[in-house]
Design a protein. Structure first.
Ligand code: PEP
Ligand code: MG
Length: 568
């Protein structure tokens, strides 16, 4: 059941200069800008000008400042983020690092900043040479050094800005690690120069419920820290200068609430599930009426972990999610590492084409015990809760991989093992794959990237990497056919499921569940529940008959009477 409310919808848009980007996370916010500093650059190798003792004292005092600030921040966080911050805090005052920096001041005659930077680079190279867990410390050394140099020189600290007041985060782009340390109470909205609708930034922003606009390119270069901006994550605009903040914040799109069960106007059931990354997200999804979890992105639990999280840490993290959905379906995706989601403990070698490299399920060939331990932790957490736990592997591309994953999951005691369909080969082999796997979940973000050969992390390719493309829709249809042959359910957990008009098409193609960020449940079910199943099939046929994404989208929207272009 869906309730509509149109409060505030008639308010006109505010004025001021308006920049257009790509809308990736709905909602509006007004606040002062805090720019994220880019990656730290080596300071120039300037010579020491004053007394060496004072220079050494400055290095030590700056290192202590950095340690104290990081420890304070660690105290406000939990889990992996806390561990990372504590590790960097310890590294900032590492005696070997400081001794080497002092030596470079006294004997090398270097100024404090270049001396510290040089000492850190030497130490990082040494640790890298030692390999194993020692090599894992290099990122902490480099991060600590960048912070100490910023402290010495007064330059902005790299990474997510630290502010006492809430702000609008303006960045080139965010890494998964940046995203993992976002303080949702502080970040009112996210605006990035790069990125597209399916990049990590977009996905995390949607999951955290933070309005976000990406792919603004150089339009916001003149905006500086403290400038007041209005961000409209529904329309993809950023307002700067002469606009009325009160009016801007008041006028927004209708709110939809979803109370389930999901389905079409004539009662064809379609499970409305949520994509989450942790227990907090799961509780929010339960509150938003989600019928279960269709995608638990476990790699967020691993993001930026220096060491693989222990069985107990993993069990606790998964258990928190299961606890939010007693008796309900929770689909856990095993570690999706590589390409845009690098994992520090997996020791991946640099690749020329990482999206085509060792990523997703393929990383199990680098380190199979990591996957086995993860499956064990999921199974243990499952026995302690009543949630109906399913597991699936990311980026499976062959029948043999599907078979292998199902075997490993069964050995761990997990009965319902499926695969994600994210590459065309998996869609085309859906029949034999689903003869082995219990279900398929289509990851349209990657399926679109691989079908169109358009990197999902490159904003300029957004027009090509479009899930409305009839080639992508044909692969969805093909997967559903494979599912029907083997009597296996096929769902969609990519961002396409969160587009109300596209969701209707997916249902018409044969998809039986849709998984999305919790905030999309209302708008998607609002449209689906007003459309009969035969109409979903007719619209899917119209979309498949088109020659390009733009035509498919336009023809479906024009035929969906319930859809109001300005609203959804
Ligand atoms: C997808 O590719 O559609 C998907 C759901 O996985 P991710 O976005 O995490 O790669
Ligand atoms: Mg994917």
């Amino acid at each position: 059941m869906v309730e509509w409310s149109r409060a505030g919808f008639e308010c006109p848009l505010s004025n001021g200069t308006r920049f257009q980007g790509i809308a990736v996370s709905r909602g509006r916010a007004v606040g002062p800008v805090a720019r994220m500093a880019g990656p730290a650059q080596p300071p120039p190798p300037t010579r020491l000008t004053g007394p060496a003792d004072a220079a050494c004292d400055l290095i030590s005092a700056s290192a202590r400042e950095v340690r104290d600030a990081l420890r304070w921040k660690a105290g406000l966080t939990a889990g992996v983020a806390r561990e990372v911050l504590e590790m960097t805090a310890t590294m900032a005052v590492d005696p070997a690092l400081l001794k080497a920096a002092h030596h470079l001041v006294r004997e090398g005659n270097l100024a404090p900043a270049p001396a510290l930077w040089q000492a850190a680079s030497d130490l990082a190279s040494k640790l890298e040479g030692l390999g194993g867990t020692m090599a894992e410390r290099t990122t902490d050394v480099r991060d600590a050094a960048a912070r100490i140099v910023a402290q010495i020189t007064g330059a902005p600290v790299p990474g997510i800005p630290e502010r006492n007041e809430p702000y609008v985060l303006v960045a080139e782009d965010l890494t998964p690690a940046d995203a993992a340390t976002l303080d949702r109470a502080k970040v009112l909205a996210i605006v990035t120069a790069l990125g597209g609708p399916t990049t990590h930034t977009a996905i995390i922003a949607r999951e955290l419920g933070i309005p976000a606009v990406v792919a603004l390119e150089r339009q916001l270069d003149a905006v500086v820290d403290g400038d007041l901006v209005g961000v409209d994550g529904t329309r993809g605009t950023v307002h700067v200068g002469d606009f009325d903040p009160a009016q801007f914040a008041a006028s927004d799109f209708p709110e939809f609430t979803f109370t389930g069960p999901g389905g079409t106007a004539d009662g064809h059931l379609v499970a409305m599930l949520a994509n989450v990354a942790d227990g907090e997200g799961a509780r929010a999804a339960a509150a938003a009426g989600a019928e279960g979890i269709g995608l638990l992105r476990t790699e967020i639990c691993f993001a930026d972990a220096v060491r693989e999280p222990s069985l107990e840490q993993q069990e606790e993290a998964y258990g928190e999610v299961f606890a939010a959905f007693p008796g309900r379906k929770v689909v856990v995706r095993t570690l999706d590492a590589g390409a845009d989601k690098p994992m520090r403990f997996l020791h991946q070698v640099p690749e020329t084409n990482p999206a085509l490299g060792v990523r997703g399920f393929r990383t199990a060939n680098l380190d199979r015990p990591v996957l086995v331990r993860q499956l064990t932790a999921i199974a243990r957490a499952a026995t302690a809760h009543t949630a109906d736990v399913w597991v699936m592997a990311p980026m499976v591309s062959t029948v043999a991989e599907a078979e292998e994953f199902v075997r490993l999951a069964h050995e761990a005691g997990l009965a319902t093992a499926g695969v994600m369909v994210e590459v065309p080969s998996a869609a085309l082999n859906a029949g034999p794959i689903l003869a082995r796997a219990a279900f398929a979940s289509i990851g349209t973000n990657d399926l679109t990237q691989y079908t169109l050969a358009a990197d999902r992390t490159i904003g300029q390719l957004g027009a090509i990497a479009n899930s409305w493309d009839p080639a992508v829709l044909r692969l969805v249809e093909f997967t559903c056919r494979g599912g029907a042959q083997q009597d296996r359910p096929v769902g969609v957990c990519g961002e396409a499921a969160a587009d109300p008009a596209l969701a209707v098409v997916l249902v018409g193609l044969g998809v039986s569940s849709l998984s999305m960020s919790a905030r999309a449940l209302g708008p998607v079910s609002a449209v689906l529940s007003r459309t009969a199943f035969a109409e979903c099939e007719r619209l899917a046929g119209l979309a498949l008959g088109c020659e390009c994404a733009a035509d498919a989208r336009a023809v479906v929207r024009a035929n969906l009477a319930v859809l109001d272009e300005s609203v959804l």
